[in-house]
Design a protein around this ligand. Structure first.
Ligand SMILES: NC(=O)C1=CN([C@@H]2O[C@H](COP(=O)(O)OP(=O)(O)OC[C@H]3O[C@@H](n4cnc5c(N)ncnc54)[C@H](O)[C@@H]3O)[C@@H](O)[C@H]2O)C=CC1
Ligand SMILES: Nc1nc(O)c(N)c(N[C@@H]2O[C@H](COP(=O)(O)O)[C@@H](O)[C@H]2O)n1
Length: 218
């Protein structure tokens, strides 16, 4: 599976503020770029922290959806959430039925929550004892026909993906603002690396909106 991570950060590397509120860091041109990235993907993934903070929809625009249909693809990419304890709210926007939604949960997810989410048509995949095993999860998603996966965040999930050596490409929109705050999420949080830092190779640099898009191969 080809895994692309994309996010927008402030100039100081923050994904949002210390209250974990969604911040408009990029502008309309970057949202169009993200729409294109989604359109080229079989599925779009976030961590449950992002679902709880942002309640994202993770769909493509109508015109982009029409292009996917012409290509013989589902009108919308599938949606995937890493959600060890099945904390996704049953009324989350990702469960509105517009696209197929997979929830990767662990054995520790309470059965009643899993059943409630399955009743909302979520396709629940159990991988890992206490925490989602991302490698196993991706193997299962590949058997569902997901060959290209776009990951949009947040910082905990992105770190875990780098830690498991599962990222092929990283693109970051860096915007013209400082958010600050030691508790504010950054592009890669988790425990952090102390050695064996993933090495990136810069592919392109592009001015967009009032910031810059950096694209790296891992
Ligand atoms: N500026 C941007 O482009 C974006 C910003 N955000 C921001 O990021 C924040 C949310 O990020 P985080 O709190 O870091 O949450 P997150 O979205 O990375 O989710 C982390 C949660 O996912 C679950 N999870 C299951 N298996 C996991 C695994 N193997 N590794 C890691 N997590 C796993 C855990 O419950 C964990 O707490 C919000 O403030 C949101 O607004 C989120 C996406 C994009
Ligand atoms: N690319 C980008 N730029 C920003 O400025 C952002 N705040 C984000 N945030 C993430 O975009 C997703 C929203 O998805 P929907 O529009 O609801 O489909 C979500 O993952 C945000 O955290 N992204």
């Amino acid at each position: 599976m080809d895994v692309v991570v994309n996010a927008a950060t402030s100039a100081d590397g923050k994904l949002s503020n210390r209250r974990r509120e969604q911040i408009a860091i990029s502008g309309p041109d970057d949202f169009d770029r993200v729409d294109d990235l989604r359109a080229e993907s079989d599925a779009v993934m976030v961590g449950v922290g992002t679902v709880l903070a942002d309640d994202p929809h993770l769909t493509v625009d109508e015109s982009t959806s029409a292009v996917r249909t012409e290509r013989g693809e589902p009108p919308q990419p599938a949606r995937v959430v890493a959600d060890s304890r099945a904390r996704t709210p049953p009324d989350a926007r990702i469960l509105d039925g517009v696209a197929r939604t997979y929830l990767l949960v662990s054995e520790a997810a309470p059965t009643e929550r899993v059943e409630r989410l399955e009743a909302q048509d979520a396709r629940v995949i159990t991988v890992g004892d206490d925490r989602v095993d991302l490698e196993d999860g991706f193997e299962t998603l590949a058997t569902e026909g997901i060959d290209r996966l776009l990951v949009e965040g947040g910082g905990e999930l992105i770190f875990s993906l780098f830690e498991a050596d599962l990222v092929d490409e990283l693109s970051v929109f860096v915007g013209p603002t400082i958010i600050g705050g030691r508790e504010a999420p950054t592009l890669a949080d988790g425990d952090g690396f102390v050695e064996g830092f993933p090495e990136l190779s810069l592919e392109s640099v592009e001015r967009l909106d009032r910031g810059v898009v950096l694209r790296w191969r891992v």
